[in-house]
Design a protein around this ligand. Structure first.
Ligand code: HEM
Length: 182
């Protein structure tokens, strides 16, 4: 997993809790990297699971809520770091479809060793309803939901999100526009 994910996670912990909390969860986690990350480095995705587990223990906030909150935070920082990726459209559903076909394609050019999920998108019922099947062995479904929430906040559109587990490594997200505007 790319270092940017870790540096953003620790910045969120510092801003939402404290620098002491950052030190505590690094100390309590068993991190092969020792907890010093550079944004271009690559680290095991199990390190983020370890850090989140310890943050949950220390804060009494559940792991799914922490991961979802982190996903939302991560989206806003990615959108600031890579503004060109959020400028191709103003529609959140079109944007989410572009994650597989454009954004992550460009991310792979920047970071050839990036570990990215696969999304299968369709609109089986209506153009106002996007079905996104998330496929990844890293099980970042909660981070994924947070990233989707962050996208909807960014495009300022009121949409609902439903989730359904399809199989061990596949989760369906259904994102539906709530209002009547196009
Ligand atoms: C500006 C937009 C975006 C950029 C620049 C971006 C970039 C990235 C990068 C750099 C990673 C880390 C890869 C690694 O650690 O090796 C990543 C992972 C991921 N991205 Fe994106 N992303 C964007 C938007 C989104 C959105 C909107 C979603 C959700 C629909 C999404 C879903 C994910 C997930 C779930 C992962 C974790 C890896 C996994 O589950 O296998 N991304 N992305």
């Amino acid at each position: 997993m790319k270092g940017i994910v870790f540096t953003e996670f620790l910045t969120m912990v510092e801003n939402s809790f404290s620098l002491d909390m950052v030190d505590t969860i690094i100390e309590k986690s068993n991190l092969p990297s020792g907890g010093s990350y550079t944004s271009v480095g690559t680290y095991s995705h199990t390190e983020i699971a370890d850090l989140v587990t310890n943050l949950s223990n220390e804060s009494n906030i559940s792991i799914p809520i922490l991961l979802k909150t982190f996903g939302t935070y991560l989206f806003h920082s990615l959108a600031r770091t890579y503004p060109e990726f959020v400028q191709k459209t103003t529609d959140p559903l079109d944007f989410l479809e572009q994650v597989e076909t454009y954004i992550h394609v460009e991310v792979r050019k920047l970071y050839p060793d990036a570990e990215l999920p696969t999304f299968i998108c369709s609109r089986p019922n209506s153009s106002r309803e996007l079905h996104m099947i998330y496929k990844s062995n890293r099980h970042m479904e909660d981070v994924c939901e947070g990233l989707i929430i962050g996208s909807l906040e960014h495009f300022k559109r009121n949409c609902s999100i439903q989730r359904e587990k399809i199989s061990d490594n596949q989760e369906l997200f259904i994102i539906t526009k709530a209002d009547q505007s196009p």
